[in-house]
Design a protein around this ligand. Structure first.
Ligand code: OAD
Length: 261
C-alpha cells in the first residue's frame, strides 16, 4: 500500500528532491560508514577525514582515499541509481511546469538546476549517480575523483586511480588533498546555496540510504516537511528522518526504487 502511495507521490511530483547517502551505493559493493563493517569501524574518522588528520599524516589519508578510489572505480551503478537517472531523462512532467514570472525570467530567482524536475542531493563522493546518467546532481561532500591544491586551491581530475603519494601541485608545488568535505569543514557556499534552493522549491522529497546524522544534509528532509512537502524514506532501517516521513519503505534501495519510480 505504501509502495503504491509513494509511487503516486513521485509520479505527481513536478520537482522532486532526492537526498542520497552511502546506502544507495551499498548494492554496488561500496561500504557504508556506520553499518556493521562500515568504513568508520576500521578507520578512525579523526585520522582520515579531518583537516587535522591530514596535517598529521597525509600519507595515511591518501592511502585511505586511494583505496576508496579503487573501490569506486570498479563499482557500477545499481538499479537504484539507474531508476533515478531514468526518472530524470524521462523529464518528469516537465511539460506541465507552470510559466515563471519575475524580473529575471526565473520567477523566484532560482537557477535552472533548481527548476529541473528532479534534483539529487548526494552525500556520496563516488560519482555513481552521474555514471548512471543523472545530470542534476549536487555533490554535497565533494568528489573522490577531484583533487585540490592546499596552496592555490586548483582543482584537477586528471590523476590515475591510485594517486601517487604524496601528490604535489603542478602550479605551486603545495600538497594536494582529496576534494571532499571533511568533518569540521564547511560545505562550499555555491553547493549549499544550490541545495537550499532545491529543498525550498521541491514538492516531494525522497530520502534514500542515509542515516541522516550529518549536517546540513540531515536537515533537508526536515525543512521540506516544515513546508508540508511529503517525505518518503527508503532505508534498511528506521532513521532520524522516519518520524517526519509519510512512509518509510524498509528494504534495499535497489529493490524498492525501481518499484516506486
Ligand atoms: P551511513 O553509513 O551513516 O548510513 C548508511 C545508511 O544506509 C544506513 O541508514 C543504512 O541502514 C542504509 N542502507 C544500507 N544499505 C542499504 C541499502 N541497500 N538500501 C537502502 N539503505 C541502505 O552513511 P551516510 O548517511 O551516507 O561524510 O553518511 C553521511 C555522511 O557521513 C557521509 O557522507 C560521510 C559520513 O561521515 C563525510 O565523510 C563528510
Amino acid at each position: 500500500m505504501s509502495l503504491k502511495k509513494a509511487k503516486a507521490l513521485i509520479a505527481h511530483s513536478e520537482r522532486l528532491c532526492v537526498l542520497t547517502g552511502a546506502g544507495i551505493s551499498a548494492e554496488s559493493g561500496l561500504k557504508t560508514f556506520r553499518d556493521a563493517g562500515g568504513l568508520w569501524e576500521d578507520h578512525p574518522v579523526e585520522k582520515v577525514a579531518t583537516p587535522e588528520g591530514f596535517q598529521e599524516d597525509p600519507e595515511l589519508v591518501w592511502r585511505f582515499y586511494n583505496a576508496r578510489r579503487k573501490a569506486a572505480d570498479i563499482a557500477t551503478p545499481n538499479a537504484a541509481h539507474l531508476a533515478l537517472a531514468r526518472l530524470e531523462s524521462g523529464g518528469v512532467r516537465k511539460h506541465k511546469m507552470k510559466p515563471k514570472s519575475g524580473a529575471n525570467g526565473n520567477g523566484n530567482g532560482l537557477h535552472p538546476e533548481a527548476e529541473a524536475p528532479i534534483t539529487i542531493l548526494t552525500q556520496n563522493i563516488d560519482g555513481l549517480h552521474q555514471q548512471a546518467g543523472s545530470q542534476n546532481v549536487i555533490e554535497l561532500h565533494g568528489s573522490i575523483w577531484k583533487v585540490r591544491c592546499t596552496g592555490c586551491g586548483l582543482i584537477t581530475t586528471d590523476y590515475p586511480i591510485e594517486v601517487p603519494i604524496l601528490p604535489r601541485c603542478e602550479e605551486c608545488e603545495a600538497l594536494l588533498r582529496p576534494h571532499v568535505v571533511w568533518f569540521g569543514e564547511a560545505l562550499e557556499e555555491e553547493v549549499l546555496a544550490a541545495a537550499e534552493e532545491a529543498v525550498m522549491a521541491c514538492d516531494a522529497f525522497l530520502v534514500v540510504g542515509t542515516s541522516a546524522l550529518v549536517q546540513p544534509a540531515a536537515s533537508y528532509p526536515f525543512i521540506a516537511a516544515r513546508r508540508k512537502v511529503p517525505v518518503i524514506e527508503v532505508n534498511m532501517e528506521h532513521t532520524t528522518v522516519s518520524p517526519i516521513a509519510q512512509f518509510t519503505l524498509l528494504g534495499k534501495a535497489g529493490e524498492i526504487l525501481p518499484k516506486i519510480i
